[in-house]
Structure formats: structure tokens, C-alpha cells
Design a protein around this ligand. Structure first.
Ligand code: TYM
Length: 333
């Protein structure tokens, strides 16, 4: 039997190069190797305030990005989380299983809540919904960036806890985190991860950025002292982040990229120019496809078919879970 892959992306803004290299690229590579489900997690986006019209638009845009990067609805199931009510239904069971202290330890919650006067309860219970997403589908493998590792560990703990309390029910999933690219850093600060929620748009490259904007962002990207092109994340974190982006998009080992520039005696300026060429060559076709797809009617059909398949998998699992925990099944008539 083909193994099952599940992952999710929030439609909470633009899709960044970090999302692409950390997650979406793996999604595409896996669609030929396993039964893949990729979810637009709109309910997760609601854990922080969203403008309703913007959320609707961003969900469609994210679906268009999924197709534009090469996900094929004939090979992978693409769907919107809120179209499959079993996600929130299982999330309640997960909230009843997870401990308050476990949620308190989540670093993503601490980061997102820091400095906020008001924090929603759902931002706190977010990992319970994420565990439900994954566990509904007997998921074996979850391709994600490094920032999701702790949530995945909690999901594994919850699956094991449920199984030992109520009997073997859930598959315990494994995370799949790329060694290189699992954490792409911000262009303006190599100590922070590249994030779509950054206030400074020059800190990230979006898949929707046009070539001029990409060039401007790379020109402005901070670099480290010295001029030698070296892959050394500890001493040259900014340059090493740019080298990582180059290496992944050009599909070349990162040390070799650095050595090639050193051999030519090239400095940061030349490197940045060539990095721009590599990023534009990789992203411009994606952006063009994205714009075409956004115009067409295919998106709605893809998401409707995806939701129908996801529901057919999720509903029997939810029924089994309800039964295991002792909820009385509804009687027809
Ligand atoms: P989200 O929407 O923040 O990000 C989507 C994916 O992109 C990865 N990512 C990065 N990878 C490398 N470098 C970066 N700078 C970078 N920024 C983001 C994320 O790790 C993620 O894989 N909680 C999840 C969504 C989610 C989910 C799930 C994921 C909900 N349910 C079930 C997997 C399985 C999130 O907020 O991702």
C-alpha cells in the first residue's frame, strides 16, 4: 500500500520562498511516491485576526500557488480544511487529550503571543487542530519546515496516548524536514526565519514577486563582514542563507556553489546578481502560471473534488474515534 502523506499551509498572506523551499517543493516531489493530501488550513488562519475578504482571496491564491508550483490534482488531493468538518470535530477530542502544560510549552505559541494585549484561545489550542488534521488520515509522513517540528512531536505523543488509552487507532506520523532549506532565514535579519507575517516586505521573497522586486530585495539583503563567499552558517549566517537559496534552486551542493564563486574571485555583488538570476529563473514561471490559474475556473473544481475525497477518508476515522471514546452513536429515525 502506498504510504500516506499529509501537510498543511495557512492562507494567511503571501507564500514565501521559505514556504516553498521548506515545504511546497517536498509536496511536489512526494506526489509521485505516495498518496498525498495537501490542505489549505483556513481554520488555523483564524487563530489571529483576519480580514474576511482577504482570507477568502488568500485561500484562492494559495490554491493557485499549489497548482502553479506543480501539484497535480490527478495525483494529489488538494482541499480546504473548513470543507471537511471532521477536522474541527476531531480537534475537540484532541483538546480533551492534550495537557494544558504541553500547549504552554509550544514555542510557536510563545512567539506569536509575545507582546500581544489579546490572544485568542484558538491560538493556544492550535496544535490540537493540527494533530487532528494529521491523524484523521492515517498519515505516515508530514513534510514541513523546521518550525513545525515541535507540533509534530506533540502530534506523535497524542497519537500514542490515544492508542494506549483507547486501543490502536491512529498511525504515529513521522516529520519530513529538509536538511538544507528546513529553515530559510529573513533577508534583513539572519537570526529570524523568513516569514510572511513580517512587517517588512524586504525580509522575504514571495512567489508572487516580479523579477524587478526580487532583484531589489536581493540587492538589499544583508550580508556579513568580509568579502569571501563561504558557506559557514555560524560565522556568515546571512551569506549562508543566500547560498542555501541558490543551491536549492540551482540543484547544486551548497559547498560547490560557494567554491565556484571563490575560484572566480567573485565577491558579494557578483554573487547577489547571479543569485537573482537563479531565483527569477525558478520563480518567474511559477508566478506566470499562478496568474493564469487564478483567472480560470479550474480552482473551484479541484477544491470540490479534493474535499469530497478528504471527507470520504476522514468521516469513517472520526466515527471510529467517537466510538472508541464512548460517544453514543446517533440512531437513525
Ligand atoms: P505555515 O503556513 O506557517 O507554513 C507552511 C509550511 O512552510 C514551512 N515554512 C518554512 N520552511 C522553511 N523556512 C521558512 N522560513 C519557513 N516558513 C514556513 C512551514 O514549516 C510549513 O511546513 N502549522 C502549520 C500549518 C499546518 C500543518 C498542519 C502542517 C496546519 N495543520 C498539518 C502540517 C500538517 C503552519 O502554520 O504552516
Amino acid at each position: 500500500m502506498a504510504s500516506r502523506v499529509f501537510s498543511g499551509v495557512q492562507p494567511s498572506g503571501v507564500v514565501t520562498l521559505g514556504n516553498y523551499l521548506g515545504a511546497l517543493r517536498q509536496f511536489v516531489a512526494l506526489q509521485d511516491q505516495a498518496d498525498c493530501l495537501y490542505c489549505l488550513v483556513d481554520l488555523h488562519a483564524l487563530t489571529v485576526p483576519q480580514d474576511p475578504a482577504a482570507l477568502t482571496a488568500q485561500t484562492r491564491q494559495l490554491a493557485a500557488v499549489f497548482l502553479a508550483v506543480g501539484l497535480d490534482p490527478a495525483r494529489a488531493t488538494l482541499f480546504v480544511q473548513s470543507h471537511v468538518p471532521a477536522h474541527t470535530q476531531l480537534a475537540w477530542i484532541m483538546e480533551s487529550l492534550v495537557h494544558f502544560g504541553e500547549l504552554e510549552r509550544m514555542t510557536q505559541f510563545k512567539d506569536k503571543a509575545a507582546g500581544k494585549a489579546v490572544v485568542s484561545a484558538s491560538l493556544f489550542t492550535y496544535p490540537a487542530l493540527m494533530a487532528a488534521d494529521i491523524l484523521l488520515y492515517r498519515t505516515d509522513l508530514v513534510p514541513v519546515g523546521e518550525d513545525q517540528k515541535q507540533h509534530l512531536e506533540l502530534t506523535r505523543d497524542l497519537a500514542q496516548r490515544f492508542n494506549s488509552r483507547f486501543g490502536e487507532t491512529f498511525t504515529v506520523p513521522e516529520p519530513l524536514i529538509p536538511k538544507l532549506g528546513g529553515r530559510i532565514m529573513a533577508l534583513d535579519d539572519p537570526t529570524r526565519k523568513m516569514s510572511k507575517s513580517s512587517a517588512n516586505p524586504y525580509s522575504y521573497i514571495a512567489l508572487s514577486d516580479d523579477p524587478d522586486l526580487i532583484a531589489a530585495k536581493i540587492r538589499r539583503a544583508v550580508t556579513d563582514s568580509g568579502r569571501e563567499i563561504l558557506y559557514d552558517p555560524e560565522h556568515k549566517p546571512a551569506l549562508s542563507n543566500l547560498l542555501t537559496i541558490y543551491a536549492l534552486l540551482a540543484e547544486e551542493p551548497v559547498e560547490e556553489v560557494a567554491a565556484r564563486f571563490r575560484a572566480r574571485g567573485a565577491g558579494y555583488g557578483v554573487f547577489k546578481q547571479e543569485l537573482t538570476d537563479v531565483v527569477v529563473a525558478a520563480l518567474d514561471p511559477v508566478r506566470r502560471r499562478y496568474l493564469d490559474i487564478l483567472e480560470g475556473a479550474e480552482l473551484d473544481r479541484v477544491l470540490a473534488a479534493g474535499a469530497a475525497r478528504a471527507r470520504s477518508l476522514a468521516e469513517p476515522m472520526l466515527a471510529r474515534v467517537y466510538e472508541r471514546v464512548g460517544l453514543v452513536p446517533p440512531v437513525a429515525g
